[in-house]
Design a protein around this ligand. Structure first.
Ligand code: ZN
Length: 306
């Protein structure tokens, strides 16, 4: 729907835009939504969620990646009181945190990847995703269930199509980084420490792939929701495509910034060395960056380990 910048955006307008963007009844949706990008939404984040539910109906499912921020393992003594549980807020934004507060929400018990879901398959998806699960196994299962990924917002606000991490983990691409983790309660209520042992990705590098998906016909549909661009993809299609892409070139998801702490020298497949990163950060007088990169170089370890 065409909106001018001062217009208030309603639940009905969002629902209409979602239908026009290819969302249908019964869809299982992985949500990547920037609320601010949509415009002035009457009622805020809950209105967007209600509109999504209007379109997918009772037989549909909404999933939000309500991840909890871990901290560096060597600083764990400072975080003894921060215990990941169902009420832990996510760093993933307004829509995600609004979903975690819904009455009918189910949340995974994985200490960091506490996915939140509502709708038909919410319980089934979340109940078996625990500290012992394969990292990003949740999204892999969604891909197998023919779920769609919906991005609402520009490349500066929303990251990826939901499956790139799955491909990176499945191919066991190694990244050097500082170990991170978080405290959590296991099923018997005992407090334990969970160590994250998987590789991470770069927002810029992941979003560079959007154009590659488009050029190769891997975008299911595109449109607008309010003022924001909306891209819908089949998670099964993007995952299969990314597996092929990454097998051919394991550096395809890295950005070109030599000082990027996600990319740079940290991946086995990166063209940069620590020397490139250090020299570039030094020439830009980025002191904090120099400290971060040096810490990863000296203290980091490769993940995954096997
Ligand atoms: Zn990067």
């Amino acid at each position: 729907m065409e909106v001018n910048n001062s217009e208030i955006i309603t639940r009905e307008m969002i629902a209409e835009d979602l239908r026009n963007a290819g969302i249908v009844r019964g869809d299982i949706l992985n949500l990547k939504i920037s609320l601010k990008s949509i415009g002035k939404v009457e009622g805020g984040a809950d209105t967007v969620i209600d509109a999504l539910l209007d379109v997918v109906g009772e037989e549909g499912t909404l999933v939000a990646d309500s991840f909890v921020e871990p901290f560096p393992v060597f600083l764990r003594f400072m975080y003894k009181n921060r215990i990941s549980d169902d009420s832990s807020l996510s760093y993933a934004g307004a829509i995600t945190n609004a979903i975690t507060k819904r009455n009918d929400v189910f949340r995974a018990t994985h200490p960091i990847q506490r996915f939140a879901a509502i709708g038909r398959y919410a319980k089934e998806l979340t109940e078996n995703f625990t500290a012992e699960s394969e990292p990003y196994g949740f999204l892999k299962q969604m891909a197998q269930m023919e779920a769609k990924n919906i991005r609402i917002g520009g490349k500066d606000k929303v990251v990826g199509v939901g499956t790139t991490h799955v491909a990176i983990c499945d191919l066991k691409l190694k990244q050097k980084k500082i170990a991170k983790g978080i405290y959590y309660k296991d099923s018997s209520g005992k407090i334990k420490f969970f160590r994250a042992g998987w590789a991470n990705g770069c927002p810029v590098g992941f979003n560079n792939l959007i154009d590659v998906f488009r050029e190769n016909g891997k975008i299911f549909s595109e449109g607008k929701v309010g003022e924001a661009e909306c891209i819908v993809t089949s998670m099964k299609d993007t995952l299969a495509f990314e597996m092929e892409l990454l097998k051919k070139d394991p550096s395809v998801f890295l950005c070109s910034n030599p000082t990027c702490h996600f990319c740079s020298f940290t991946w086995k497949a990166s063209k940069y060395t620590f020397f490139h990163a250090f020299r570039s950060a030094l020439s830009k007088k980025k002191i904090k960056k120099i400290i971060n990169l040096t810490a990863v170089y000296l203290l980091g370890q490769y993940f995954p380990k096997h």
